[in-house]
Design a protein around this ligand. Structure first.
Ligand SMILES: [Zn+2]
Length: 98
């Protein structure tokens, strides 16, 4: 990978750039954990995103993705409820006309 700060090519597992010392970040093995955290505790995912977006952009992004997965999940459930409700109303409307 390349350092975001100075642009030099560095080893993928570097936490700090050996050349300019910029913090690059994060332990990849933690990434799924942050995604799960963001998913289970969306508020924490959102807070972590804003706290980390500069220092740990990839972990922050994972936390944010977790947050959006959670939001999408609830929006999906809500949409299913609405569709279900409309379907029931529709079927009830048909039944009443018969
Ligand atoms: Zn650098």
């Amino acid at each position: 990978m390349f350092c975001k700060n100075c642009g030099k090519e560095i080893a993928n597992d570097c936490i700090n750039c050996p050349d300019c010392g910029a913090q690059l970040a994060y332990n990849d093995s933690d990434s799924i954990g942050w995604l799960c955290l963001g998913c289970c505790v969306p508020v924490a995912g959102l807070i972590l995103y804003f706290v980390w977006k500069d220092q740990k952009p990839k972990s922050a992004k994972k936390a944010l993705i977790g947050f959006f997965i959670c939001v999408a999940f609830y929006v999906g459930i809500y949409a299913i409820y609405i569709i279900y409700f409309l379907l029931i109303m529709f079927l009830a409307g048909i039944a009443s006309t018969l």
